[in-house]
Design a protein around this ligand. Structure first.
Ligand SMILES: [Zn+2]
Length: 343
């Protein structure tokens, strides 16, 4: 049997040259316009009937899912992107148990591929002189630092990288009660806090990238309590907590590839977070969290005044006044919202 070729351990840094157009999003090889991959893969488009459905980007442009493509060379497509998509397609076809059986790095890379794909499209839009986005990503210094840190970890999709004792992201897996949840696919993101969520039937994956798992650690009790079929309004509340928590995150991890030795077949990354000179999270403020709730509860039209009726304890459908996890049979709940009596 011939020896397999040594893996390419060359890291790629796309942000110096800003080579996002006509260059492979994973390795930087020049590409032709036909050489691209779907941000949301074909199996997602088919299984969740996304053909013709649309998504709004930061520059307010609305595009169809099947038109969202990023440049990708044929080698990266067949060696890295297609196997990853096939793995996740098969796992999620088996339902929540299949999803939970996926290893966290695979999940991180799969979510990262969609997240980064959207980002590349946003960055390409910004390079277009005819488009003036409201909040240009490329002019936000902290955003660029986060993006670079993210890409360092995300290129583990192409380069064999081992994360030494850490996972780059906080990933949350939740489920909704199918009887109360008619929506088969949902996607949203907050690019500035690098938070992303995708819903596949009753399975919901929420990720905060490049926090080294800090948010999940901070939310471990709420996350534990949410391991049951949730009503969609409860899921939205959980998302509000993640998105607001990500907004409070005050640190950006540094990643250090260890020097490569002659016969190495992978790179080891170490990481460091500066929690000495700064707090990891900015202080939680209920008023800000209330706004996050209002945004996530838009579908149910819950007014901010209702959410903040008790400013010390914003409205919750996950917990009752005693802090006990609630079960929602229906929404709106029969009794006064926020009271435990409807259980
Ligand atoms: Zn490539």
């Amino acid at each position: 049997m011939p020896a397999s070729p040594a893996p390419d351990l060359t890291l790629y840094y796309p942000f110096e040259e800003k080579q996002f157009a006509d260059h492979c999003f994973l390795c930087g090889t020049p590409t032709t316009p036909a050489q691209a991959v779907l941000v949301f893969d074909e199996w997602l488009l088919q299984r969740y009937q996304l053909a013709g459905q649309r998504i709004q980007l930061l520059d307010q442009s609305v595009q169809e899912y099947q038109n969202l493509r990023v440049p990708c060379c044929p080698g990266c497509r067949t060696r890295y992107v297609q196997p990853l998509e096939a793995t996740v397609a098969a796992a999620t076809a088996a339902g929540p148990a299949g999803l939970r059986a996926l290893d966290e790095k695979t999940l991180f890379l799969w979510l990262g591929k969609m997240f980064y794909g959207i980002l590349v499209l946003e960055l390409l839009n910004e390079l277009n002189p005819l488009i003036k986005p409201q909040y240009p990503l490329s002019e936000n210094g902290q955003m660029l630092r986060r993006l670079q840190a993210f890409f360092q970890t995300f290129q583990a999709l192409r380069v064999p990288i081992v994360f030494e004792d850490f996972v780059p992201a906080s990933i949350f897996l939740l489920e909704t009660d199918p009887g109360q949840d008619p929506i088969s696919f949902e996607y949203d993101d907050d690019l500035t806090t690098m938070t992303f969520s995708i819903k596949l039937n009753g399975m919901i994956i929420i990720a905060c990238f490049i926090d080294n798992g800090l948010l999940r650690q901070a939310m471990r009790r709420v996350y534990q309590d949410a391991q049951r079929p949730l009503h969609p309004v409860q899921l939205a509340e959980f998302k509000a907590r993640v998105y607001y928590g990500a907004h409070l995150l005050n640190v950006i991890p540094d990643y250090y590839p260890r020097p490569i030795q002659p016969h190495d077949d992978h790179i080891i990354y170490d990481t460091l977070i500066d929690d000495i000179t700064r707090e990891i999270f900015n202080p939680w403020e209920n008023s800000g969290y209330g706004q996050s709730l209002q945004e996530m509860w838009k579908r149910w039209q819950i007014p901010y005044t209702e959410i903040m009726r008790d400013p010390a304890r914003p409205l919750s459908y996950l917990y009752d006044a005693q802090g006990t996890p609630r079960t929602l049979e229906s929404f709106p709940v029969a009794s006064k919202a926020g009271e435990p009596s409807d259980q």
